[in-house]
Design a protein around this ligand. Structure first.
Ligand code: IPE
Ligand code: IPE
Ligand code: MG
Length: 261
């Protein structure tokens, strides 16, 4: 994967009918469980299984990166019992899945403000990232205690630490100076954004990176999201005309550029 992917607002990126990078808000675990008269936690557990299926299906279809929202900076507002269950589940999954990720050539990354987590969880995150760092078949990024606004603000802080002269009023700030400090800066921007569970909102997910992403919403609850459901999303994506500001007529006169249709 290129270390300096193009910005969709600066150049028209290459597109094909298979998205290179998919971003997912895995929503609906709680409702899945409630519909079955189970505790919400059962839905989160099934959500982990659905993620495993999604990674495999993405790899089979030639997608190279998947980024999933597992815990938002706003999810701390949930009942303490659910928050602590999710932290425990996350720790267990990290420890349990690293072997399989390695066997499949998956590089695991965890993004978000990790300082809020226990030392034990932070150590497990660091260790699983270290153990999978050499894999390059597929990149799985899990966003935890992540918020799109936090991402932009931490990037501004880092940018100014590296280039303090950019704080001067007379200096224009090049988009690239900020973009390179964002989480996921070395991945192409997501081509496709999927939100399961019926809500049609971004909920503070990758606000900067979704500038030109194609959106797909489905009522399917995350634990029910399987390879077939992923295919429907990719089929929908393949029918989109990604104009990046240009007109349809312009696209039609540029046959060399695969618009994904
Ligand atoms: C998404 O499912 C998982 C997390 C936010 C951790 P939810 O837990 O939001 O499920 P619903 O939306 O209540 O059904
Ligand atoms: C968004 O889901 C975050 C994750 C899936 C981790 P929520 O279910 O918390 O989103 P809102 O608050 O209903 O928008
Ligand atoms: Mg939800």
């Amino acid at each position: 994967m290129a270390s300096r992917p193009e910005s969709s607002t600066l150049v028209v990126p290459e597109v094909s009918s298979v998205p290179r990078h998919i971003a997912v808000i895995m929503d609906g675990n709680g409702r899945w469980a409630t519909q079955r008269h189970l505790p919400r936690m059962a839905g989160h557990e099934r959500g982990v299984a659905a993620l495993r299926v999604a990674v495999e299906a993405c790899m089979k279809r030639g997608v190279s990166a998947l980024t999933v929202f597992a815990f938002s900076s706003e999810n701390w507002r949930r009942p303490e019992e659910e928050v602590s269950y999710l932290m425990g589940l996350f720790l267990m999954v990290l420890q349990r899945e690293v072997k399989a990720l390695n066997a499949n050539g998956v590089q695991l990354r965890v993004v978000g403000d990790l300082s809020a987590f226990s030392q034990k969880l932070q150590a497990a995150i660091a260790e699983s990232q270290r153990q999978t760092a050499g894999n390059n078949r597929f990149t799985l990024t899990v966003a935890v205690n992540y918020g799109g606004r936090w991402d932009i603000l931490q990037a501004v802080r880092r940018m100014l630490d590296v280039q303090p002269e950019l704080a001067l009023a007379s200096r224009p700030i090049p988009e690239e100076a900020l973009a390179r400090e964002l989480c996921l800066a070395d991945l192409p921007e997501p081509d496709l954004f999927i939100r399961t569970g019926g809500e049609e909102r971004v909920s503070n997910f990758m606000l900067w990176q979704l500038a030109y992403t194609e959106f797909y919403f489905t009522d399917t609850l995350w634990p029910d999201f399987d390879a077939q459901a992923l295919d429907l999303a990719i089929e929908s994506y393949a029918r989109r005309e990604r104009r990046f500001g240009r007109t349809s007529a312009q696209l039609a006169s540029e046959p060399a550029c695969d618009s994904g249709s």
